[in-house]
Design a protein around this ligand. Structure first.
Ligand code: HEM
Length: 461
């Protein structure tokens, strides 16, 4: 068994099933035929519904109240202004016809209410796209990537399996490893001329940290880091493309299956082996469930923390007073960390409406999408005093960056550790730096800088 995967893929072949009218895409991968079915009525089938939405027909957003689109490239750069304008304009829940129908609560109260209501809102799919899973495409209540795609009662079972792996005593030993990784990335930036050298803090630094850590925890080859970032990009950002044509997603499934097979042949002490051996009622998990959980950890663990690190450095590059405070008073980091997470929360999740319901006057229909912008809840003045100001030592800070309710982030210990060490090491090495050009933001549900040019003004001796 080798640890390399043949990801070369033939073009998908599409045929129409005469009985149902469904489109069936077939792919040949490593000698296996994979099929992906897309139809117009998902109920009671294993079909993914292609919703009647073509991004090009809509163009860019003119009015976020009635045509909300989080995947408009203009959204992430100015999201806090969009939320503020909508809230102040008396719009607690925005709507859009895009993606087959989507609602967007914008206040702390409405985000909370939906996050806690697992009867009316299902997690069967948590990434809005043009493909909506049918009831059996991701069998409820398990879903394709448990526990994030699971509803009660299975959710709790799946979550309990993963929890021990992310407990503080499992995560704390990673601190020196993460420090070494950050120092290595800083060393690799080469000779820095203070006042002149411009580095990309997103590309050369932030993006490399979480992918390395989760890849090593899972026991996957370090050389595949770029592949993981590409997979995550395919899942999170290519949401306007038909699922059957998003080959990256299938590649990801295949890659994980091969890693599971490789672990079966060479068992070792890592997260993948843990998941393969953990028992539920005396039985090991099916490979499919293990693969779903691994996919979740890659998707949940990479862009999220990368975005949080990038946004925090973006803030510090523009606020030398906060940077100086962290240098003078390192104890403030405990509070600063939570404030970075509140003010620049990177993760918006989604739900599907489980049954028709009237939500504060909004006529929600079964299978409508609901975006859950936890970052908008964090900027609600009814919950936080002066929410648009970054207060480095804010004491009262019960933010929603890690979600609310049963799906609250399981990796928060790891995320906090990576964010803390990444900031500490960066500001220790570069006691002064400033923004040196345009920032490029991600597109879609995870918000953070993807290009972040900063000029280094001082390098530590
Ligand atoms: C700053 C970084 C991170 C942020 C802001 C974040 C945020 C979130 C949020 C908002 C949710 C709730 C999803 C929902 O309600 O549908 C969530 C769930 C989850 N996160 Fe994170 N996350 C981060 C990093 C990580 C990391 C590093 C991991 C692990 C490698 C991770 C693993 C998970 C898992 C497994 C869930 C699903 C929990 C469940 O469904 O019960 N996250 N995260």
């Amino acid at each position: 068994m080798t640890d390399t995967v043949d990801l070369s893929s033939a073009e998908p072949i599409m045929r129409i099933d005469e009985a149902t009218g469904n489109k069936i895409f077939s792919f040949e991968r490593n000698g296996e035929t994979l099929e992906f079915i897309i139809g117009s009525s998902p109920e009671g089938t294993d079909v993914w519904q292609r919703v009647p939405y073509e991004a090009d027909d809509y163009g860019s957003v003119a009015d976020y109240r009635t045509d909300f689109d989080h995947a408009d490239p203009a959204y992430n750069p100015s999201a806090p202004e969009v939320w503020k304008e909508l809230r102040e304009g008396g719009c607690p829940v925005a709507h859009s016809d895009r993606y087959g129908g989507m609602w967007v609560p914008l206040t702390n109260d409405t985000v909370n209410e939906i996050a806690y209501d697992t009867d009316n809102f299902t997690s069967r799919s948590v990434v809005v796209s043009v493909g909506r899973p049918g009831d059996r495409a991701l069998p409820a209540p398990i879903g394709g990537a448990p526990p994030i795609t699971s509803d009660p009662p299975f959710h709790n079972i799946a979550r309990r399996l993963l929890l021990p792996a992310f407990a503080p005593k499992m995560i704390e030993p990673w601190e020196p490893e993460i420090q070494r990784l950050c120092q290595k990335l800083l060393d690799e930036m080469g000779d820095i001329a203070p006042g002149e050298s411009v580095i990309d803090a997103a590309v050369q630094y932030a993006q490399n940290i979480p992918v390395n850590v989760i890849g090593r925890m899972l026991g996957f080859p370090e050389k595949d880091e770029e592949l993981f970032r590409q997979f995550v990009h395919d899942v999170l950002e290519r949401i306007a493309e038909e699922p059957g044509t998003r080959e990256g997603t299938d590649d990801l499934g295949l890659y994980i299956q091969q890693q599971i097979a490789e672990h079966r042949e060479n068992p070792r002490d890592d997260l993948t082996s843990y998941l393969m051996n953990v028992e539920l009622d005396g039985n090991k998990l099916d490979d499919e469930v293990v693969a779903g959980m691994v996919i979740l950890l890659l998707v949940a663990g990479i862009d999220t923390t990368w975005s949080a690190i990038g946004s925090s450095l973006w803030h510090l590059a523009q606020h030398p007073e906060d940077h100086q405070r962290l240098l003078d008073d390192p104890e403030v980091m405990t509070f600063a960390l939570e404030e970075f997470l509140r003010a620049y929360a990177p993760v918006t999740m989604a739900r599907l409406v489980a049954k028709d319901n009237d939500f504060h006057g909004c006529p929600m229909k079964k299978d409508d999408w609901v975006l859950l912008p936890f970052p908008a809840a964090n900027r609600d003045p009814k919950k936080f005093e002066d929410p648009d100001s970054f207060i480095v030592d804010r004491e009262e800070n019960r933010h929603a960056a890690f979600g609310l309710g049963i799906h609250r982030c399981l990796g928060s210990n790891l995320a906090r550790l990576e964010l803390k060490v990444a900031i500490e090491e960066f500001i220790k090495r570069f006691p002064r730096f400033e923004l040196a050009g345009d920032v490029r933001w991600s597109v879609g549900q995870i918000r953070g800088p993807r290009e972040l040019p900063v000029r280094i003004l001082e390098v530590a001796e």
